[in-house]
Design a protein around this ligand. Structure first.
Ligand SMILES: C[S@@+](CC[C@H](N)C(=O)[O-])C[C@H]1O[C@@H](n2cnc3c(N)ncnc32)[C@H](O)[C@@H]1O
Length: 554
């Protein structure tokens, strides 16, 4: 990449090359040359951008004017980085893990670091367009800034951004592999801040895998060649950093639970001095072009705190200054093969409360595998009534019922046939055979669900549940007493008491759930849908049985 034709090669392979050259030229015109540390590859790139854009200038630039770019940068935006991500398609950014970090995540990480003291230097190990460094410079007006990147395009953009933000005097950008960086020793502390690239081991050169294994071995840590690039960056940071330095990285959360992640986990429990890990729910979609669970790790080199805080974050707005989380003892973390399950432990319940799961199992309703075949309106089938089960088949039926379902008249039927059709009375067989012939012709036997069943025609409804709950909506779930023994399909959950409970107790349980459960207890998906999986619903706190048995509830 940095050879004779490095610059052209860095760009020429892309279909959007002209636009990228325009971008490089824009960075140069913002003053990129003033930020020290230029490499030969960048010089060549800038020279090429000059000629190419001059050749094609009549076609117009995809960028706003220089004045507009400057104005946006002054206002805290990163127009160069945003344009880079627009122009270079995601699939071409993937080999170098070029997914840039959204501003709220950068802000939360800087807020955490600000609580740790004032760094004298900030290093971003894969600087991209320098959005971290520029934000850090605004937080710490005297800190030196050092950005490293392996891509000459990114390095020039970082320079342009830093220059336009007025930071040329205290910034250096270095075109290098971060693993080779040996930052000069300084008086004072360094903050390692950034988003190490997510690149799978298949794309990592054997020599670097060997580097990982042998450098880890020097620290008595077993590393595997299967480690992703972010694990290499954690190790390189442990090598470069000094006691008292701090760090916060956002990465894929993979290292928390997979075997190769042991290297990162051991480093955090030892010399990297892990303080906290904040796991961002995958449904948040923090990174526009990478569907992954992200984790923000906070560390202070040389610390050996008795516990590390683990926290799940469901909304970017909840990141705050990366406080809070469940303290987990180092000894417990050292023994655990996976860290994510340790985040999910239920917070302590208040006295007198238990989890709903202690009283009831929660089961999602049956999947029919084809509602067009198996769910029918009243009067729409010739099948005998005993094969038709009034069922809740739409969440709105539960919302409409409010506290209790007292009339199954408005419900549709689910057709549930026995697996052994010989069990059917003689009289029913011709009409059932006729129905099945039509159902088969309509493809009902061929779907994935139908093929997985012992008999493709047996839906296998669950027993009626005395409390039914919706589990996905833009509002808290409806908890409805099921007084008509309706069945339910997979749009609802059924709450099945572990022991027989009298109706009055069930009423009070459903009433308590209706009054207490809030959307934030579920998982929120992009767009505001809140979902409660059965296991999540089982974790809801409810009064213990002794209390529920007495009226009124305290
Ligand atoms: C996930 S991006 C982060 C960019 C920027 N810090 C941000 O968060 O907006 C990772 C960056 O690391 C760079 N990179 C990839 N491999 C690298 C390596 N071995 N050494 C240094 N930088 C690398 C990529 O070019 C990319 O700019």
């Amino acid at each position: 990449m940095h050879g004779e034709n490095g610059a052209r090669a860095a760009i020429a392979a892309t279909t959007e090359s002209r636009d990228l050259y325009h971008l490089v030229r824009a960075a140069v015109s913002l003053g990129a040359a003033d930020v020290p540390g230029w490499s030969a590859a960048e010089r060549e790139l800038a020279a090429t951008a000059e000629t190419v854009t001059a050749e094609t200038v009549t076609a117009g630039s995809p960028l706003p004017s220089e004045a507009a770019i400057r104005e946006q940068i002054q206002a805290g935006a990163d127009p160069l980085g945003d344009a880079f991500c627009r122009i270079r398609p995601a699939r071409q950014r993937r080999p170098l893990g070029q997914t840039y970090t959204p501003a709220p995540v950068v802000a939360a990480m800087i807020a955490w670091a600000a609580g740790q003291g004032t760094p004298h230097r900030v290093i971003d190990p894969g600087v991209g367009s320098a959005r971290y460094l520029v934000a850090a410079a605004r937080q710490w007006p005297h800190a030196r800034l050092l950005g490293v990147d392996i891509d000459p395009v990114a390095a020039v953009l970082a320079r342009g951004h830093l220059a336009a933000a007025g930071l040329s005097g205290r910034a250096t950008v270095c075109l290098r592999d971060y693993r080779e960086l040996r930052p000069p020793r300084i008086e004072g502390t360094t903050l390692y801040l950034g988003n190490p690239p997510y690149v799978r081991h298949l794309q990592i050169e054997p020599a670097w895998k060997q580097w990982l294994v042998s450098r880890a071995a020097e620290r008595n840590i077993a590393a595997t060649a299967l480690a992703g690039l972010h694990a290499h960056f954690f190790l390189a940071t442990a090598i470069a950093a000094q006691p008292g330095d701090t760090g916060t990285f956002v990465t894929s959360a993979e290292w928390l639970d997979v075997n190769y992640g042991r290297l990162v986990r051991e480093l955090l429990l030892d010399e990297l001095g892990g303080r906290a890990v904040h796991i961002l729910d995958p449904t948040i979609e923090v990174f526009p072009d990478a569907v992954t669970t992200a984790a923000i790790t906070c560390f202070r080199i040389g610390d050996k705190p008795a516990e590390v805080r683990l926290r799940q974050v469901k909304r970017v707005a909840d990141l705050g200054a990366l406080d809070g989380g469940r303290p987990v003892a180092r000894a417990e973390l050292a023994q655990a093969a996976r860290w994510t399950p340790l985040v999910h432990l239920t917070p302590k319940l208040p006295a007198g409360y238990v989890e709903l799961g202690d009283l009831c199992r929660v089961h999602r309703g049956q999947v029919t595998g084809g509602n067009a075949t198996w769910v029918v309106a009243r009067g729409a089938t010739a099948l005998p009534r005993r094969l038709l089960f009034p069922s809740v088949t739409r969440a709105r039926e539960l919302f409409a019922a409010q506290d209790r379902l007292t009339d199954d008249g408005p419900l549709r039927f689910v057709i549930d046939l026995p697996a052994d059709l010989d069990e059917l009375p003689e009289d029913d067989r011709p009409v059932v055979a006729d129905f099945l012939t039509r159902a088969r012709a309509n493809g009902a036997a061929d779907g994935y669900i139908a093929r997985a069943r012992r008999a493709w025609w047996r839906v296998g409804l669950h027993a009626p549940a005395p409390i039914l709950a919706t589990y996905m909506a833009r509002r808290p779930p409806a908890f409805v007493r099921n007084e008509v023994a309706a069945r339910h399909i997979n749009i609802a959950h059924g709450l099945y008491p572990r022991e027989d409970l009298p109706p009055a107790t069930l009423d009070r349980l459903a009433g308590y759930l209706r009054a207490s459960v809030a959307v934030h207890q579920g998982r929120t998906y992009a767009g505001g849908l809140t979902k409660f999986e059965p296991r999540e619903m089982e974790r809801l706190p409810v009064p213990a049985l002794e209390t529920l048995r007495h009226d009124p509830l305290p």
